[in-house]
Ligand binder design. Structure first.
Ligand SMILES: Cc1cc2nc3c(=O)[nH]c(=O)nc-3n(C[C@H](O)[C@H](O)[C@H](O)COP(=O)(O)OP(=O)(O)OC[C@H]3O[C@@H](n4cnc5c(N)ncnc54)[C@H](O)[C@@H]3O)c2cc1C
Length: 393
């Protein structure tokens, strides 16, 4: 196994590292404080080809492997979590589902919006009464001739109100019968589709977490990305979502690496008892443990990305078990690493004048959004026991 990055991958990392230092880090507090979407960074990323890197060449993209996008996300996140999340959502999430299962027309439209306009597709799954139990979602798409009539409410939808493309998970109803869960693209501005409460979230405050409200919202049947077909539609959407989990893990990893790097530099300079605090073995060990966690998380994330397998349309996304392992481990470890890094700064780490406090608030999300740590553990456990059963056959 060779872990050496290619020249092209080194270029991706170096470019984003430079951009991160010059452009992302100095402005990161502004997006957080003002709850402002980082459009300036998004335009820069788009111009430099970091949005929609995985979009196939025939749709105008670069057709890059998932691991390249992961490297870009991880590096950007060292400097600004919300900016890195925009790279996730223009390469994975709703985008992955549409690229895998969408019609040629849908794929073209979504690719154009990402590559030319910097749109960040949103994915609307969670409802007030259906979080982890997503299969109990209640929002409906009722077939009426060649149209679907959508009713229901989603909440905590990242980018709701900003995103033009919205992939909404819905219960398909035909002739009064429940046909199962599928996904439909609903564009911002469609009559009957409005935005409600925007959450006052703890972290990652530069991207809104919004309530989406559908009231007799009519969309043409050609907007259907995945049909509600028993449990099949839901399974497909969940497979398409595995890319997002690995992308989210890369944001958490980048945030943790960024905090860890800041702590190392600070520890070499800060003196107490007449010597740098990096001389204290107790603190060295904390940092050594952090270093191990960062490396272990990176291995899980890179492995999941490199093992990405073919979905329809040659879209390569990770398996559920590998994506869940990466997310469960990184979510937990990244929070610990950021917390320990903040500790190295003493009181100044607790102030918003340094980035540590923001990083701590930001990184907490990755044990919740995209499926909680407990939900990931449930999925891993399912795979563990299924494997045992298969082995005995
Ligand atoms: C910042 C942020 C961004 C988000 N972005 C999006 C988005 O873009 N699109 C979207 O659709 N959703 C989004 N979400 C919603 C997110 O996916 C849900 O919050 C998550 O799936 C959990 O659902 P819930 O909040 O309803 O918690 P609940 O499902 O009510 O869970 C409450 C607690 O119970 C635990 N639990 C529940 N069931 C089980 C079980 N069977 N076994 C063990 N433990 C269990 C959970 O792990 C959790 O700790 C976002 C959330 C956040 C915080």
């Amino acid at each position: 196994m060779d872990f050496t990055l290619t020249d092209e991958q080194i270029r991706i990392v170096e470019t984003l590292d430079e951009l991160g230092k010059k452009e992302f880090a100095p402005k990161a507090a502004r997006w957080d404080k003002n709850h402002e979407y980082p459009w300036e960074n998004i335009h820069l990323l788009r111009e430099l080809g970091f949005l929609g890197m995985t979009i196939p060449e025939e749709l105008g993209g670069q057709g890059r492997p998932l691991i390249d996008a992961i490297l870009a996300i991880e590096t950007a996140a060292k400097y600004c979590g919300v900016t890195a999340r925009a790279i996730v959502e223009t390469n994975m999430g709703a985008l992955g589902c549409v690229m895998a299962y969408g019609t040629d027309a849908q794929r073209k439209i979504v690719a154009h919006r990402v590559l030319e306009e910097g749109d960040k597709p949103a994915i609307g799954m969670t409802e007030p009464e259906a979080g982890t139990a997503l299969n109990e979602l209640q929002a409906t798409a009722e077939k009426r001739g060649e149209e679907y009539v959508i009713n229901g409410t989603k909440h905590w939808i990242t980018g709701g109100g900003i995103s033009v493309t919205n992939l909404i998970f819905l219960r398909f109803i035909e002739n009064g019968e429940d046909r199962g869960i599928g996904g439909i693209m609903v564009d911002k501005g469609t009559p009957g589709f409005t935005f409600g409460r925007v959450e006052d979230a703890m972290g990652l405050r530069g991207i809104p977490e919004t309530e989406l409200i559908f009231k007799d919202c009519v969309v043409p049947a050609e907007n259907v990305v995945v049909m509600g077909a028993g449990t099949e539609g839901f399974k497909k959407l969940m497979n398409g979502y595995n890319g997002q989990r690995v992308g989210a893990s890369a944001v958490a990893l980048g945030l943790a690496q960024g905090a860890h790097d800041l702590a190392v530099e600070h520890m070499k300079k800060r003196k107490q008892f007449g010597r740098p605090i990096s001389d204290f073995q107790g603190l060295q060990w904390l940092m050594a443990e952090g270093e191990i966690k960062l490396h272990a998380a990176r291995l899980l994330i890179y492995r999941a990305a490199c093992n990405a397998r073919n979905l329809p349309n040659n879209v390569r996304l990770p398996s559920m078990a590998e994506a869940s392992m990466a997310k469960a481990f990184t979510g937990h470890s990244a929070l610990e690493v950021v917390s320990k890094s903040l500790q190295m700064f003493g009181a100044s780490g607790y102030a918003e004048s340094l980035p540590l406090a923001r990083m701590f608030r930001d990184v907490r999300m990755f044990q919740i959004g995209g499926g909680t740590t407990e939900a990931q553990l449930n999925m891993i456990a399912r795979s563990v026991f299924r494997k045992k059963f298969d082995y005995r056959k």
